[in-house]
Design a protein around this ligand. Sequence first.
Ligand code: P1T
Length: 381
Amino acid sequence: MKFNTKTIHGNQQHDPSTGAVMPPIYQTSTYAQSSPGQHKGYEYSRSGNPTRTALENAIASLEGGEFGLAFASGLAAIDAVVKLLKPGDEVIATNDLYGGTYRLFTQVFEKYQIKFHFVNLSDASIVKKYLNKNTKLIWIETPTNPMLHIIDIKAVIDQIGNKDILVAVDNTFATPYLQQPLLMGADIVMHSATKYLGGHSDVVMGVLAVHDKDLADKLYFIQNASGAVCGPMDSFLVLRGIKTLHVRMQRHVENATQIAHYLEKHPKIDKVYWPGLASHPNHDIAQKQMKGFGGMLSFQIKGNSKDDAVKVLENLTIFTLAESLGGVESLCGHPASMTHASIPKVEREKSGITDSLIRLSVGIEDVTDLIKDLETAIGLV
Ligand code: P1T
C-alpha cells in the first residue's frame, strides 16, 4: 500500500460491531466482564481503549513499524522512552532540540542518575567520542527544533555497530510523509502528535512506533504502569487528522519553499534556516534522507536585534504569535523566550538560538497572503 493510501486505510478496519467507517469514540473508562478476567480484550481504559488502539495501529502503519503507542503528550512519550533506562545509563542526544525535551532530560532524569551528553549530531562521527559501555540510548531530533539542522540517521546508526544501544528519532518536524526512521534502522520513532499528525491545533498528544515486540512490550508496560495515556476523543481527533496528512504536508512544503526563497532574497534578512536551501549546511543529507524539506523555518533579521524580532512578531497578522507548530494555520514564535526558554542562554546561543531568531510554522493558507504578511511586518523594522 502506498503512503497516501496508508494515511487513510493503513491498519484500519470498520467498526466490527456496527460497520461505522470511522471508529467510534469509546468514551468509557471500563468494560464489562462476564466472569473475573473474562472480557473482550479491554478491561480498563488506561490499559487499552478501542479508539486509542485504532490510532496506535494507524501510527504503526504510517511509520512502517509493527507497534504504535499513544500518550497524553509528546513529552509523555519521551518520558516513557527514557524510563526504559536505569541509573548509571548514558544518553547521547542532539544539542539542538525542543526545549521541553532538554528540560525533561536535565531537570527530571538527571536526578535519577541518567547522564545526558548533548552533542552536535550533524557530525555523526562525534558519537564515537561519547560512546562507552553505559551508553544505552541515542536521541536524535531531525530536523531539529528550532535551528533545522539535519542529522544523518543512518550515519549515526553506523557509528554504534551492533552494540546494544537504542536509537530513537523525534520525527515531529518531518512526519512519516517526509521521512520514516524505522525503515532506516532506528528502533523507536517518536512524535509530538500535537503537531502535524493532529494537524489542527486542537489536541495535545504523543506517539511512539517500534518494530520489535519485546521493546513494544516494555514500552506498553511503562505506558500502563505510569499511566500518561491519551483519551478516546483525542485519539479520534488525531486519527482524523492523519487521514489528510499527505495532502497537508504537500502544501506545507510548497508554501515553506516559496517563503524560504522569499526571505533568503530579502535585504533585511540575514540568515534563513530551512533545509531545502542550497545554502543550508546539511542540504545534501536532507535531500538524501527526506522526501521534501518540511514546513518549518527559522530566520534572523539583519543587525541581530531582539527589538526588531519582537516588532516583526507583534506585527504579523496572518501568522499568529503562539507556541506549537504543524497546524493548518501559520504560526510564528520567538524560541529564546518561548519554546526554548528553559534552555540556559549560554547553551541556547551555542546552538544558534539568539534573541533575534524568529521561527515560522508555515501553514496551508494561500502563500501570497503569507508573503504579504511578512513583507508588511518586516518592512516596519
Ligand atoms: O508539546 P508536546 O506534545 O508534549 O511535545 C513536545 C515536543 C517534542 N518534540 C518536538 C520536536 C516538539 O516540537 C515538541 C513540542 N514543541 C512545541 C510545543 C514547540 O512549539 O516547539
